[in-house]
Design a protein around this ligand. Structure first.
Ligand code: SAM
Length: 214
């Protein structure tokens, strides 16, 4: 699995770490223009550390759902092209706007990812990648509703948090239910547990199924 262009491995304090070039955002270690992409703070970072084939190449166009204060989406924007970042909570969205001030390709949207019709007039169609990390009940439904923005061979990269769906079911059962729902609109390409970095999270890589409507 190759890393996207713009993501490298460099030694920090005797350890190989993933890095991107950009202004620091969350107190991560830096060395000149390089900033550590902390897999413990970022599910996409964890996917890359664990060798998940994300399909990210560098320069991709991205819709990112659940951007919070911009920890992960800032790294994504460091290496990608236009990056639309949706977050519905006003407090983290304020920080996200600050993060975007230094990044001309990062577009923060204070919107609810369950209602893509409210940002469809802003976000371009035919995107390469849909990243989702919303950590709320109904994670599969959100991914299905936002499939419309992806190009036919685009990629969904979803971090599914078991406890957000059902605290009483086992994570394995929750993941099966979420994958079943995702299969309505996506072909699942790869799944990887992220527990080494994020407890009870599943990474899902999928591509849109051609024969479905949103
Ligand atoms: N992806 C972030 C990162 O790595 O930097 C962390 C995201 S945090 C786990 C989940 C975020 O999703 C929260 O900031 C929450 O407010 C946001 N969120 C949850 N449901 C949402 C929705 N329906 N629309 C937009 N944002 C949502």
């Amino acid at each position: 699995m190759s890393l996207p262009d713009g993501v490298e491995r460099r030694e920090f304090d005797g350890r190989e770490r993933l890095v991107t070039r950009g202004d620091p955002v969350y107190g991560e270690p830096t060395d000149g223009p390089w900033r550590v992409w902390d897999a413990g703070r970022s599910k996409v970072g964890a996917m890359l550390e664990l060798g998940v084939d994300t399909g990210l190449e560098g320069g991709d166009s991205v819709l990112y759902l659940g951007a919070a204060s911009g920890t992960t989406v800032s790294h994504v924007a460091d290496v990608c092209g236009p990056t639309y970042a949706v977050e519905f909570a006003p407090r983290p969205a304020r920080d996200l706007v600050d993060v975007a001030a230094d990044r001309t390709n990062l577009f923060p949207l204070l919107k609810d990812a369950r209602r893509p019709e409210t940002y469809a007039h802003v976000v371009e169609l035919g995107l390469d990648t849909l990243v989702q990390d919303v950590a709320t009940r109904g994670q599969a439904r959100v991914a299905v509703r936002n499939r419309q923005f992806l190009r036919p061979d685009g990629r969904l990269l979803a971090a599914i948090k078991a406890r957000s769906e059902d605290v009483t079911a086992t994570p394995a059962q929750v993941f099966e239910d979420v994958l079943d729902h995702l299969r309505d609109a996506y072909e699942i390409l790869e799944t990887t547990r992220l527990d080494r970095y994020h407890d009870d999270h599943l990474a899902v890589v999928a591509r849109p199924r051609p024969d479905t409507t949103d």
